[in-house]
Design a protein around this ligand. Structure first.
Ligand code: 2HG
Ligand code: ZN
Length: 498
């Protein structure tokens, strides 16, 4: 018996497809039908089991789902989606649940099922000659990095949550991270995709082709779509030669402008070997050293700004460290850079990285704060930091600006910390966000550089996006997901669809 025969339609099948399905709780008959369709062990229903899937990892967004489904194959995903399309049941795809914007959290009201891809975790193939790897969407990023490394290759996508985020998640959010300067964002690393469309059809573009000019590149639509157009079930990603040598240094600088000048100098002297260039203000290093066990400032004195820079080359270059160090020595001698320390062991390298990667955790320990994930063209960042800092100081005089991140690609986490309970924050947060995002717009930048829109920035996208682009986004959504079942309420506001 087909599942749909066992359940009265959740929405009338004769009714015109609704982009914004009326938010009714999913009836228990439909929940039962989904369980029957999947078979045992492929769903979680008890309150305790569902709980971790109903909240984002920062505990900001709380939702409800009557059922978490854990399909084990693309075929099962397709069957499930077909059923949900018939019944107009919303589906929230979830990978490692590390979204910063509530992109993988269901809305309240038990109107959506959560689909976790974590059981789909098979590496389907790895082709070292073509530098490509094909894997299921539920594979954890770190597992894929390790598989590439065992084959003498590099999967360069690297970010703080790599131990828990999944391939489907980093593709659906077009993740960035710390090696974008050299290797690009996730979109640039995808060769092929397999996607289950909102009507249950499977888009099979799982090819490892470097060249393919056959019409529109439709797979691009699903990269960065945050699960609103379909469910990424597998992908083929680019690999690279494993670096033969890597040198990591922490550099002390007077200002963001000095950091940018150093980046230009390093690029001139070392070319594409410059892989990572992350900026941190003094306050960030202080927070990390105060809150994160085992960390310490590698310099004898305090400095206003720091850069964590990494240089790597695929071919053996016995003098890579020497060339990097003499570039730094020249910058120091010329007064363009204050000081620098390079890691001489893996342990030292890890310690330097810890100072950078633990900033979000240290900010959490410090107390209340606000995050803005913004980008502007790198050469405009110094002025942006100055103007933005002055704006924030006027709105919340007690706040400390913790602006850090991926200077090399223009993406800053323009965060602020007030410490303690942050009494001033709730009242001022809207004003702060508006001021920061207005400034970003004035600088021709982006209000979401790498974290996506999710549910927390839907109104911001609506406000700041080019109206023509926004109208196109709504049209695309309407064509691909006319019933609006895919991750409802994320990225686009269905109420604004025209
Ligand atoms: C990072 O670069 C992450 O560390 C998190 O993107 C940024 O917590 C943040 O604001
Ligand atoms: Zn980041």
């Amino acid at each position: 018996m087909s599942a749909s025969k066992r359940c009265a339609p959740h929405h009338s099948p004769d009714a015109a497809p609704a982009l914004n399905p009326t938010a009714k709780a999913i009836p228990s008959s439909c929940v039962q039908a989904i369980k029957d369709l999947l078979g045992p062990q492929a769903w979680l229903e008890s309150g305790q089991d569902r709980a971790p899937f109903e909240v984002d990892f920062r505990s900001i967004h709380h939702g409800q789902t009557p059922l978490v489904v854990l399909p084990g194959s693309t075929e099962q995903v397709a069957r499930l989606v077909r059923y949900c399309a018939e019944q107009q049941i919303g589906i929230v795809p979830q990978g490692g649940n590390t979204s910063y914007c509530g992109g993988a959290t269901p809305r309240p009201g038990n109107t959506e099922i959560v689909m976790s891809l974590r059981r789909m975790s098979r590496i389907r193939s790895l082709d070292a000659l073509n530098d490509s790897m094909t894997a299921d969407a539920g594979c954890v990023l770190e597992t894929l990095q390790e598989a590439a490394a065992s084959a003498g290759r590099l999967l360069p996508m690297s970010l703080g949550s790599e131990g828990s985020c999944t391939l489907g998640g980093v593709i659906s959010t077009n993740a960035g991270g710390t090696a974008v300067l050299r290797y690009g964002v996730m979109r640039e690393l995808v060769l092929g995709l397999e996607v289950v469309l909102p009507d249950g059809r499977v888009l099979d573009q799982l090819r490892a082709l470097r060249k393919d000019n056959t019409g529109y590149d439709v797979k691009q639509l699903f990269i960065g779509a945050e699960g609103t157009l379909g469910i990424v079930t597998a992908a083929c990603v680019k690999l690279f030669p494993r670096p033969a040598g890597t040198v990591t240094a922490m550099i002390a600088l007077a200002s963001p402008a000095a950091a940018l000048a150093l980046l230009a100098e390093l690029k001139d002297r070392l070319g594409t070997a410059v892989t990572t260039f992350e900026i941190m203000p003094r306050v960030a290093v202080d927070l990390v050293c105060r809150h994160i066990k085992g960390t310490r400032d590698p310099f004898g004195a305090a400095h206003p700004w720091y850069v964590l820079a990494e240089i790597s080359l695929p071919q053996a270059d016995s003098d890579l460290a020497g060339r990097f160090e003499s570039a730094l020595a020249d910058a120091i001698a010329g007064g363009r850079t204050i000081d620098a320390v390079s890691a001489t062991s893996d342990a030292q390298r890890e310690a330097l990285w810890r100072l950078r990667e633990a900033i979000p955790e240290a900010q959490r320990h410090e107390g209340a704060g606000l995050k803005h994930d913004i980008s502007v063209e790198p050469q405009r960042l110094p002025k942006f930091i100055e103007e933005g800092g002055a704006l924030l100081a006027r709105i919340i005089p007690d706040a400390r600006l913790v602006a850090y991140g991926h200077l090399g690609d223009g993406n800053l986490h323009f965060n602020l910390t007030v410490g303690g309970a942050g009494d001033a924050l709730p009242a001022a947060s809207g004003q702060v966000q508006r001021a920061v995002h207005d400034l970003v717009a004035a600088y021709g930048g982006s209000i979401s550089a790498e974290h996506g829109i999710g549910q927390s920035k839907v109104a911001e996208l609506q406000r700041y996006e080019d109206p023509v682009a926004l109208a196109l986004m709504h049209s695309i959504k309407r064509v691909i997901d006319p019933r609006g079942i895919m991750n409802p309420g994320k990225v686009l506001d269905p109420g604004q669809a025209r």
